[in-house]
Write a new protein. Structure first.
Lengths: 88, 147
């Protein structure tokens, strides 16, 4: 964990590449989108991010946590076909 | 009116979404997917915000590669693209780690408002449905200003 003081989320995002960011949101814009937060973790390992959030919740963290990958949305050479259909 | 910036050159359109569960609130990146009839979150996210997937009901879904079973959970709230939906059912699926997104924002959420997309500039905008002619004129003004 790299907990520090709140800073603009755009500034945090500029510092990292190809990593998951875990940010505790501390401020929103007038439309409700997060604009400021505290960087809690940066890692290339999605599983590490998942476990960090679980640990925080177990410790009683009830705030807004933001997980965001900074970089390409799939690894180089991969393509994506999404979509799910349900009649529920 | 809220607009959302996205990377028009990225593999898919990712939008930020806030999801409120029984034990936590998370902001995620969801893939905007007009080909999906339902909104989907990953199993990891569902667990983190407090859902018990062992007791959640399940449903069969068709995907491009076959039939799979998904759990169904109901977050207290989802907020994305300026729209808030309370008690909104979503499907839960295991998503591959190579997908740097935590779910899909599907048609069941998207059709709650009109959606406008500027792929040249990477701007998404949603507007409420027009109530009358005057309201429609106001919305068009917002649309041109934003896009």
């Amino acid at each position: 964990m790299t907990g520090q003081k709140p800073e603009p989320i755009e500034e945090i995002r500029k510092r990292f590449k190809d990593e998951w960011l875990l940010i505790k949101v501390t401020k929103h814009d007038k439309n409700g989108f997060p604009i400021e937060g505290i960087l809690l973790l940066h890692t290339a390992d999605k599983q590490e991010l998942h476990e960090a959030i679980l640990n925080l919740r177990e410790q009683g963290e009830m705030g807004e946590l933001m997980s965001w990958f900074e970089g390409p949305l799939v690894p180089e050479g991969w393509e994506v076909i999404l979509s799910a259909f349900s009649s529920l | 009116m809220p607009s959302v910036r996205f990377d028009p050159k990225a593999t898919f359109v990712r939008v930020p979404a806030r999801i409120v569960g029984p034990k936590g609130v998370e902001w995620l990146g969801l893939a905007l997917d007009t080909g999906s009839s339902r909104t989907v979150i990953s199993e990891h996210v569902a667990l983190r915000i407090g859902f018990n997937l062992l007791t959640a009901p399940s449903v069969r879904i068709a995907t491009a590669s076959g039939i799979v079973e998904a759990r169904v959970v109901t977050p207290r709230q989802i907020f994305a693209l300026g729209e808030t939906a309370d008690e909104f059912q979503v499907l839960v699926l295991p998503l591959p780690a190579q997908l740097r997104s935590d779910g899909l924002l599907g048609l069941d959420f998207l059709r709650r408002r009109n959606l406008f997309c500027n792929f040249g500039e990477g701007i998404l905008l949603t507007l409420p449905f027009a109530r009358n002619f005057l309201h429609r004129c106001q919305l068009v003004t917002h649309l041109f200003a934003a896009l």
